[in-house]
Each structure stands twice: as structure tokens, then as C-alpha cells.
Design a protein. Structure first.
Lengths: 308, 537, 307
């Protein structure tokens, strides 16, 4: 899913050069990141969106579930954005405040993105590190499994699961996460293999440190860069995937909502003169995705400078 | 419910000019050059086989390609189809139909009584495995149940061809509305030789032989159905539309856009859009009563929540829901709010006096709060229930609104949205508290609704078992005038409140103003393309 | 390379088997069946249906029968919902449709995306570059289910230039909107990837050498830079392909094309077990095949890769 696997490997290699990724490498990366205008802009967008999600509800005049009977039924005529009645972004088809709904949708979309990426990263890292560290037959079987799983059209399996077992946040989180851990596990395994025979790890092993501890103490820290970049690029993809799921009507349950669900509702009624129902959620959707893309690209460039 | 259509009416057969139907076009009308008709389908047509089809859109197509014993006219009364008339034996159990002698299959073969015998046996035959085999049981045809269960040979079915033109049908109990049931597509005749030659492929456009006013030219699954006028139809000279096209458009909003772009002659109007369209296109926007009823079913049975066993709680829930807001602000399609179960447009039915229907909403809320307090629930002890609905933009909106309305009286509702199959499965296994439900009348008579809530009904998912109700419904079967029993049954429902009525359906649609002949007064919206025509602009 | 390809193809068999078993188990464990309807069927009717479609058999036998049918006769069985069609027929009708607009979208996305990316890279920091970057960033995040209704509203309702949907055997005017809706976001991604990888390549030593030798710029770019710059693009093609299959659902819903994407979602909703299995297997096989093609292409362009 995260397309640029080559770069990922490059970052991973670089991070593994030092025993434990050194302070100077991170410091360098930070100064490069700060100098990258697009990345800083992205960071600014993200901070804005996160603040909006966290504190937006304090600005709202309405809760996200109250029905405003004054505009319900005449939404196209009177439900538009208005300072006077406190609906800054207008209302949805039911007369609920779109500002409050957008805040709520942003919260849910961010949560879905973060948790989905977290699941992918955690599962991918554990799986890949285990395969790489244990090696031999186990490694072969585990990676063959990954090959097999990679050929499965996941979106279809996810649709099946959501259609047939009802939807819940948990199913969505896990389902999305499980779609994208495979690539992560490959990168992690590759790096684990190359780290495994380094002196410092051999030394640790010789002193009787357990495998789990070695992975946790010595291997994972060396992968932090890849994980950071991978996760930042994964979050927007999760959010995009969730929006597609919402389009299919399989997303989060009412009264919860997500940006994807709001956009899909807004797109359905686009012809009926309620363009704000699409516009505002779409704006926040785009800001979020831009933010993550820019920051992700920036992180990648910072950790693996092309001009070194 | 919506997907199934069984259509009939209680009016007697109109036996006007038996051999020739009237030309549907009034004198002096100038017809358009182009007599083609393009209409909208929400879904792909699942089957073109009359005995296999299960849904409304499929039935609409089948009524063009095939013709049963009787048809319906614009007001839902029966008119001759392949049968001209029938006689009933004294014990009301044997029907003898006289078939017209000029009915033909599209390959030129005559349509005979044997064709009906073959088709009905095919419907019952376990080998056909028709989902609508139960329709024969509903029709009370002799031995139908035993044949379907595989306990008896298909040949034992109570239907015989006395000669080519005479069909005899034997039923086990008198059924006043039996002729009305013959409008249903599963009773349409099929051509034996074609089926035997092509097997499952007989419904392909190149193979299909029908006896309707149109023949099938092309059927691309999920995209389009093309039909053109049949020369062999007995009344071909009075059929005006020459070509029919049905386009599948899965998205209602998209359908409306394409209608407005001039690509379709008819499309359903999505919820909330009727007022605007009615204003802009008064000649095209229509809203007519449609024989279905929308409710929240309460699980009052063994496995239902303890709270709902208290009638005060059930009443409070019902009172607190403001139906006017739902129909006027959400659906906005001219649906009447409902306080009873049977659609009020059903023939011969009159709603009894139901007290809470006449209260103002403030009074209802007041009363609801009282009842809830009486039942022991209040701010310190809020009532918690789950409301289950199947995926649909409209059901979602209504459920969200209901949740908010119930919050006013201190009831916390959790919404649970399931896919259609899961929703249905859960309801049939009594795994619900409150569930969205709708029923469409099998025929235009109140018992099609009221029977459903009897304890012996197969569809009483909320397990409302009430002896008095059962008694009243049993009495209605043999009564001269069943209306008082029906009203009594409705009164029991209002007192016991096992269901929360929400609204009665309306069919809300756009129809090109040049298309005339649409059966606006047929509550089952049973339409025949052969009765429609396009006037010159 | 050949032995690698064979090995990869051999892996396809266990993959598909796992896919079949998992899907079967998922399907059967789910509530509701193909014949669940609001009018609960009398048990005798349901029994006849189950007997006809083999649902009365134990699960393992159903799976074996199913696989046996595919292996021996390439028969995916009858549809449980579209009862006068077989799965083979449904796929034979829908798949060419999906394939047509899918491939076309793919070609459009790659050709336009690569061109845009290359041009932007060559004219880095020009107006053209900003334009290309701006467009591609915007297009990348615009979901196709937003784009589709906008297209129909614009080209069908307001301008009246194009039919709002349908397929009509794939006539060009019915193809335009589906292809735009499906290809745009992938085109944008490809443009971005191409641009950054092209910029990187242009800074490499061999390009500098070529330029220093005085080779014409066009030749430098086409002969020396394009090929290595394409590597990240090629590795993106796999995910793009899968994404397009998914996107076909949106196209089918909005443009009534009658493709396989909608058929899949419907089959899941309707519990049309056979169609669902058929489409899943088809998609699995396609994904395997496509990834293999991408790998081979990759190895061909980048000789450093050893299998």
C-alpha cells in the first residue's frame, strides 16, 4: 500500500548503520525537516486539524446530535452556513449542526487512521522481527505465508467481514490494520536479518539476553525511522480506505460519523443545492491528507537525504 | 415488504366487452410519433422466469412479457387477461375459468388451459425449488403443501385442464379474494416446449417465448432490459408503446439526475426532494398511496427485554415519536403519518377511533412521561433499548430522529445498523428490542396486514400473542362484513402497542408529463406497459 | 527468471485454496443465507431450495464439490440469486466491461501521470511544475465517489454532452466519465512518484556524464533517465491495480456499467455464495498474475535484482 518500498529499505539500511540509531542522525534529520517548507506546512496543517478535532466542539453552538427543528425539512433553503443561528458550516439533511459533525468526523477519521496504522505497524514489526530473528525454516514458512496473503484481494475480504458481521469500530480498526501489515513485516524482517549478526547483538546473546529482549532493546529501536515514515504514510491511506468503506455504507455506526461518511452523504445530495454538506467535510478531509502526505514525505527525506 | 408484490383487489371482475379490451387512449388524443418508454430499475432483474422471480421490479417486467388469467385496471379492479370469466361452485371451493381462444404465445402457439396446469405444477414442484412455491399454499390450492414437501406427486395438484379452453382449480377453503391472487406473476403461464428445449437457459432473449404484450429483445444483467411490442398478443392492436427499455441505476440520486437530463421517463424521487420537484415540475412529480406500512416492531416475546413486557413502556415509546416531523421534515413525500397498522387507503378499511392519534404532540409527550414514570423509569433510572434498522439512508434518518425524540422522555436508544440479511435473520430469531419493519399488502384488503400479528402467523417476529386478537381475526374470516373485526383488532393493537406505527407508504415518483395511463389510483401500483401511451407535446 | 516465475505461479494454487476456504467459512458463519427473506420461507420450501443448491451438504463436501467443479469443468456453479444465470455467465458478461474501462483507466493513468511527472521534473520550479504538482496533490485525495456525481452533474445535466451512464457495448461516449473517475487519483499518484524519482535520477552521476558529453537533452532523458526513474512507478502499479479493482465498485454504482465490482458487493449483501466465490477467486488470480508481471517488468528494468 505504501508504494515506495525502495526508499523504505534505504531508510532502514541507514538507520541500521549505527549500533543504536545515534543521536546525531536524529538531530540531523530534525534540522533537515525543519528546513523543508512543504513538511513544515504539512505539520502546521496537521496541528491545525488535530486542534480542530480536540477542541472544535468547544466552539460549536450545537451538539453533534441535536436536531434543529427550525431548519429540518428546509435545509436547502435555510440550512446553509450561518453565523446568526450558530451553524457555522450549515446543517446536514436531518438538521444536525455540520460544524459539530465535522469535528466528530475528524476525530473518528483520525482515530481510524492512527489505530489502523498502529495495528499494521505493531503486527508487521512483531511478525517481521520474529521471522528475521528466528530465521531458518520458521522464517521461510512465515515469509511464504506473507507471499500468499499478499495475493489476497483484501478489500474484498474486508467488505465480506463488514457486510456479514455487522460493523463496529473494532472490526474497522482491525480490518484496516490487517490489510497493510504485510509490507511492513517484509522490511522489518530484512533489517532484522542484517542486524542479527552484528557484534553488539551477538554480544548480547552471548550474555544470555533472551530473544524477545534483544528484539525489543536492539532491533526495534533501529527500525524507528522506518516505522515513523511508514506510519505517517499509512495513516492517510487508512483514512482514504475508510472513506471508501463509508461510501459502501459499511462505515462507523450512527450517531458516530467519519469524514468519509459525511463526504459520501454530501456527495449523494450534491445536486440538491446543499453543497456545504460536501464542501466542509471534504475540506477537512483534504487538509488532513495533505498534512500527512507532506509530513510523511518530509520525514522520509529527512531521514534519508538524497544528497548525502 | 417492498421487495415482494402480490397484487389483487377485492373488487369483482369487470366483465366489460369480454373478448376485446378497450383502447386505452381517449378519443381525440394526439399520440406522439415516438412510442418508446424508458424507465428506471433500482436493481438488476434477478430472473425472467415467472415461477422463480421474487421481487417487484421483476414482476413489472414479467407483466409485459407474460399474461396471467386476470389483469388489473387503473383502479386495481380485475379485468380479463387470458381468462374471460370464471364460475365458482356452491361450496366456494372449485373455480372454473373460461380462457379466450385468441391468446397466443410469441411463437404462434395457442395459449391453452394445459399451459396453466403445467406452470402451476412447475411452481409447486420441489425440483423447481421456487421461493414462491408458498404462494400456492397461500392460494389454498388442493395438495399444494404436500407436493412442496415432497410427500405427494406433482400430478396431484388441484388444477385440471378440462379442455383447451377450460381450467378447473380446486382450493381447500373458501377464499373470497382468490381471483385477485391470480394477478401475481408466479401464476403466469410458461411455454412448456421452450423450457424443455432450453432448460435453465429458456429465459434468454433469444429463447424466451411469452404470451404478453411485449417480447424480450435483450437483457444485459445489471445494465438494461429491452422489450418490443409483440405481434402475436391477442390485443396487439390496442397496445401503443412499441419499445420498452428498463435501465438499472443503483443510486437513486443518480437516477433522478439522469431523469432530469432527459434519459428516463420515470424514476422514484429520493426522500426529501418531492417538495422542490413538485414546485418545479408540478406536471411530473407524483405522490400516491402505496399499499405498505412502516413500523418499529417491539420484541414482546420470551426473549425480548423485560422492559418491553410492560404495556406502559410500549405506549410511552409510541407516544414520544413525532410522526409529523418524520413525514413532513424527513420524507417529505406526502406519506400520511400512521397511528395504526393497516394502510388507510386499503379498500373497504376505515381506521377506528384511536385516541392518541388526535392528541397534540405535547399531550403525547406529557402522557409518555407519566406512563414511563408509572413503569418505574425516570431520570435516575433511564430506560435503555436498542433500535435496529437495515442499511438505508432513509431508515437511518428516521432512526436518528426517533433516538432524539425518545431522549426527550428520558429513554436512551442505541442505534444498531445491520445489512438487510443480518437484520432479517436477527428479527426472525427474536434477537432485537425494537426493529424497523415494513409490510406491503399481498392484496388490497386489511387482513393482509392484520393476519400478520396473529399468534399463528409466520411473520409475527415480535411474538405478540394475544388470544382476543386471534379470536377477532378468526371471526373476521367468516363474517359477512369483517370491518368491525378489523377495527377491533386495530383497537387492540393501539391498547397493547406491540408495534409502533410510523407512517403509511406513498409512491413518490417523477413521470414524464407526456406519458399517460399510469394507474395512479391502484394502491398496489400494478402497472401494465400495454395500458400506457405517450401523447404528442 | 523463468524458475522464479514458475515458483510464483505455483504459489498461486495454495493462495487460491486458502482464499476459497476462508471465504467459504466466512460466508457460512455469517447470519442470513441466500434465501433469507422478509417472508420467512416455510421449511419445506427452504428444504427444496437447499437441496437444489447443495446447501444441505456438510461444509467440507460443499467446498470439495466446488473446487472439483472448477478444476474439472471450470464451472463456478449457478448463481443463488440471479437464478437463470450461472456464475460463469455473470463473470463473462461483467468482467469484459470492468476489464475495458479498467485497462483504459490504467493506460490513461500511466501515460498521463508519467508525462506530467517527467515534464514537471524537467521544468522544476516552473509554473508548469507547480501546476502539475498542484493538480496531482488535489486529485490524489479527491475520492472517486465524489468525482463521479460531479462529472455526471456537469457533463450530463448541465452541458448535456455525455450520457449519464450505461454501457452500450462500450461505445466511447459511455467510457469517458468512468475512465476519468477511475484514473484520476492514480494518475496523480503516478505523476508525483515520477516527478520525485525523475528529479533524483537527473542528479545521478551517469546522467551528469551524459549531459557533459553533450548529448541532446531529449536523448538524455528518454534514453538514460526515464528507465531507472520508472522503478518506483512500476512498484506502484501493483497497488494501483488492486485500487482500480476496488474503485470499479464506485464506477458500476454511479455509471450503471454492469461490471464485476457491483456484482461482488451485491453478492456479498445478497449472500449469493457462488457469485461471491467466483469473483473473489477471479480477483485473487488476477492480483497474483499482475504482481508477477510487475515483478518481471521490474527485473527487466533493474538488472541488479536477482531472483
Amino acid at each position: 500500500m505504501v508504494h515506495d518500498t525502495q526508499r523504505m529499505d534505504a531508510i532502514a539500511e541507514r538507520m541500521a548503520e549505527d549500533e543504536v540509531a545515534g543521536r546525531s542522525l536524529w538531530a540531523d534529520a530534525r534540522s533537515r525537516f525543519v528546513k523543508n517548507k512543504a513538511a513544515m506546512f504539512g505539520l502546521f496543517l496537521l496541528i491545525f486539524v488535530v486542534l480542530f478535532a480536540l477542541f472544535g466542539s468547544h466552539l460549536a453552538q450545537w451538539s453533534n446530535e441535536e436536531l434543529d427543528y427550525n431548519v429540518m425539512g428546509v435545509v436547502a433553503q435555510e440550512g446553509g452556513p450561518s453565523m446568526a443561528n450558530g451553524h457555522y458550516f450549515g446543517v446536514d439533511e436531518l438538521g444536525r449542526d455540520l460544524f459539530a459533525r465535522t469535528v466528530q468526523g475528524t476525530q473518528v477519521s483520525l482515530a481510524v487512521g492512527f489505530v489502523g496504522a498502529l495495528v499494521a505497524v505493531v503486527v508487521g514489526t512483531i511478525y517481521g522481527a520474529t521471522a528475521g530473528y528466528v530465521g531458518g525454516r520458521v522464517d521461510q514458512i512465515m515469509m511464504r505465508m506473507v507471499d500468499i496473503l499478499m495475493a489476497i484481494p483484501y478489500m474484498f475480504v474486508l467488505i465480506l467481514i463488514l457486510v456479514m458481521y455487522g460493523r463496529s469500530m473494532i472490526a474497522l480498526f482491525v480490518g484496516l490494520g490487517l490489510i497493510s501489515w504485510l509490507e511492513m513485516s517484509r522490511i522489518v524482517r530484512g533489517q532484522t536479518l542484517s542486524l542479527k549478526n552484528r557484534e553488539f547483538i551477538e554480544a548480547a546473546r552471548a550474555t544470555g539476553v533472551s530473544g524477545v529482549t534483544i528484539i525489543r532493546r536492539h532491533i526495534v529501536p533501529n527500525l524507528l525511522g522506518v516505522i515513523a515514515v511508514y506510519a505517517t504514510l499509512l495513516v492517510p491511506l487508512m483514512i482514504l480506505t475508510e472513506s471508501f468503506i463509508s461510501f459502501l455504507g459499511l462505515g462507523v455506526q450512527e450517531p458516530l460519523t467519519s469524514l468519509g461518511a459525511l463526504i459520501s452523504e454530501g456527495a449523494g445530495t450534491i445536486a440538491y443545492g446543499t453543497i456545504w454538506q460536501l464542501g466542509f467535510p471534504l475540506l477537512f478531509f483534504c487538509l488532513t491528507l495533505f498534512g500527512f502526505f507532506f509530513v510523511g514525505d518530509g520525514l522520509r527525506d529527512a531521514l534519508d537525504p538524497k544528497d548525502r | 415488504m417492498l421487495k415482494n408484490s402480490l397484487a389483487a383487489s377485492l373488487f369483482a371482475l369487470i366483465a366489460a366487452s369480454p373478448a376485446f379490451a378497450d383502447n386505452p387512449v381517449p378519443e381525440g388524443t394526439e399520440l406522439a410519433e415516438d412510442q418508446s418508454y424508458t424507465y428506471w430499475l433500482l436493481d438488476a432483474i434477478k430472473s425472467m422466469d415467472p415461477q422463480i422471480n421474487t421481487d417487484v421490479e421483476g414482476s413489472d417486467v414479467l407483466r409485459s412479457l407474460f399474461e396471467g388469467l386476470y389483469n388489473e385496471n387503473g383502479t386495481g379492479e380485475l379485468v380479463p387477461g387470458v381468462a374471460l370469466e370464471h364460475t365458482v361452485s356452491d361450496d366456494q371451493k372449485t373455480y372454473t375459468f373460461t380462457l379466450r381462444d385468441d391468446a397466443q404465445w410469441s411463437n404462434g402457439d395457442p395459449v391453452t388451459a394445459q399451459d396453466f396446469v403445467y406452470s402451476w405444477k412447475r411452481l409447486a414442484d420441489p425440483a423447481t425449488a421456487s421461493e414462491y412455491a408458498w404462494y400456492l399454499e397461500l392460494m389454498q390450492i388442493e395438495n399444494a403443501a404436500e407436493i412442496i414437501a415432497g410427500d405427494m406427486s406433482v400430478d396431484e395438484l388441484g388444477v385440471t385442464a378440462v379442455d383447451d379452453r377450460t381450467l378447473e382449480v380446486r382450493i381447500t377453503t373458501p377464499l373470497p379474494y382468490f381471483p385477485q391472487m391470480l394477478v401475481h406473476a408466479s401464476t403466469f403461464p410458461v411455454h412448456q416446449a421452450t423450457i424443455e428445449e432450453h432448460g435453465d437457459n429458456w429465459t434468454r432473449a433469444e429463447n424466451l417465448v411469452g404470451n404478453g404484450a411485449y417480447v424480450l429483445d435483450e437483457h444485459i444483467l445489471g445494465e438494461r432490459v429491452e422489450m418490443s411490442k409483440s405481434d402475436t398478443y391477442w390485443d396487439a392492436e390496442n397496445v401503443i408503446f412499441t419499445d420498452l427499455t428498463a435501465l438499472t441505476i443503483n443510486d437513486v440520486n443518480q437516477g433522478l439526475t439522469r431523469y432530469l437530463a432527459g434519459e428516463l421517463d420515470r424514476v422514484d424521487i429520493p426522500a426529501g426532494q418531492y417538495p422542490r420537484l413538485e414546485e418545479e415540475y408540478p406536471e411530473q412529480a407524483n405522490s400516491v398511496p402505496y399499499n405498505c406500512s412502516y413500523i418499529y416492531m417491539l420484541n414482546v416475546g420470551e426473549s425480548g427485554p423485560e422492559e418491553l413486557k410492560d404495556v406502559n413502556v410500549r405506549k410511552a415509546l409510541s407516544y414520544a415519536i413525532d410522526r409529523d416531523i418524520i413525514v413532513e421534515r424527513i420524507l417529505q413525500g406526502g406519506q400520511p403519518p400512521s397511528y395504526n397498522w393497516t394502510h388507510t387507503a386499503v379498500a373497504g378499511f376505515e381506521r377506528p377511533e384511536i385516541e392518541y392519534a388526535n392528541w397534540t404532540q405535547e399531550e403525547r409527550i406529557e402522557k409518555a412521561k407519566e406512563l414511563l414514570a408509572e413503569a418505574g423509569y425516570g431520570p435516575d433510572n433511564p430506560l435503555e433499548l436498542t433500535l435496529q434498522y437495515n442499511t438505508s439512508e432513509d431508515h437511518k434518518k428516521i432512526a436518528v430522529a426517533a433516538q432524539q425524540m425518545l431522549r426527550q422522555i428520558g429513554v436512551n436508544i442505541t442505534l444498531a445498523n445491520y445489512e438487510w440479511k443480518v437484520h432479517t435473520d436477527r428479527m426472525q430469531n427474536q434477537e432485537f428490542d425494537m426493529a424497523r419493519y415494513a409490510w406491503c399488502g399481498d392484496y388490497n384488503e386489511a387482513s393482509t396486514y392484520l393476519d400478520l400479528l396473529a399468534s399463528y402467523s409466520g411473520h409475527n417476529n415480535g411474538e405478540f400473542f394475544n388470544d382476543e386478537y386471534d379470536q377477532v381475526m378468526k371471526e373476521s374470516k367468516t363474517a359477512e362484513d369483517p370491518l368491525p373485526m378489523y377495527q377491533q383488532a386495530e383497537t387492540i393493537l393501539a391498547e397493547e402497542m406491540p408495534i409502533i406505527p410510523i407512517y403509511h407508504y406513498a409512491k413518490v415518483f417523477m413521470l414524464n408529463e407526456d406519458i399517460k395511463g399510469w394507474p395512479l389510483e391502484n394502491v398496489n401500483q400494478t402497472w401494465y406497459a400495454k395500458d400506457l401511451y405517450r401523447v404528442a407535446e | 527468471m523463468l524458475s522464479y516465475s514458475i515458483k510464483r505461479l505455483a504459489l498461486a494454487i495454495p493462495t487460491l485454496l486458502i482464499l476459497i476456504v476462508v471465504s467459504f467459512v466466512l460466508m457460512y458463519a455469517a447470519p442470513g443465507g441466500p434465501f433469507t427473506s422478509e417472508r420467512e420461507l416455510p421449511p419445506e420450501v427452504l428444504a427444496n431450495l437447499n437441496a437444489k443448491y447443495g446447501l444441505d451438504q456438510p461444509l467440507w463436501r460443499q467446498i470439495l464439490t466446488y473446487i472439483w467443479g472448477i478444476v474439472t469443468e471450470f464451472d463456478f456453479g449457478p448463481s443463488f440469486i440471479y437464478k437463470d444465470r450461472t456464475v460463469n455467465e455473470i463473470i463473462a458478461q461483467g468482467f469484459p466491461v470492468t476489464l475495458t474501462y479498467g485497462l483504459l483507466s490504467f493506460v490513461v493513468a500511466v501515460v498521463v501521470g508519467v508525462t506530467l511527472g517527467v515534464v514537471a521534473a524537467i521544468r522544476q520550479n516552473s509554473v508548469l511544475d507547480y501546476f502539475a504538482v498542484g493538480i496531482s496533490i488535489g486529485a490524489q485525495v479527491l475520492p472517486n465517489f465524489v468525482m463521479a456525481p460531479i462529472l455526471v452533474l456537469t457533463f450530463t445535466l448541465w452541458l448535456g454532452w455525455l450520457p449519464g451512464g450505461g454501457w452500450q457495448g462500450g461505445q466511447w461516449e459511455y467510457l469517458i466519465m468512468p475512465v476519468i473517475a477511475l484514473s484520476t487519483s492514480f494518475m496523480a499518484s503516478i505523476a508525483r512518484i515520477t516527478r520525485s524519482s525523475m528529479l533524483e535520477t537527473l542528479n545521478m552521476n551517469h546522467i551528469r556524464t551524459a549531459r557533459a558529453k553533450g548529448l541532446p537533452e531529449r536523448r538524455v532523458i528518454l534514453r538514460h533517465a526515464l528507465k531507472p526513474a520508472m522503478l518506483p512507478v512500476i512498484s506502484y502499479l501493483g497497488p494501483a491495480f488492486v485500487g482500480m479493482i476496488t474503485g470499479s465498485v464506485v464506477v458500476d454504482v454511479y455509471f450503471s456499467t454492469g461490471g464485476i465490482g457491483k456484482a461482488f458487493v451485491d453478492s456479498a449483501l445478497n449472500r449469493d455464495y457462488a457469485v461471491m466465490m467466483g469473483v473473489t477467486i477471479l480477483m485473487g488470480a488476477l492480483t497474483i498474475f499482475f504482481n508477477l508481471v510487475v515483478d518481471i517488468l521490474y527485473g527487466w528494468i533493474d538488472p541488479k535484482i536477482r531472483y
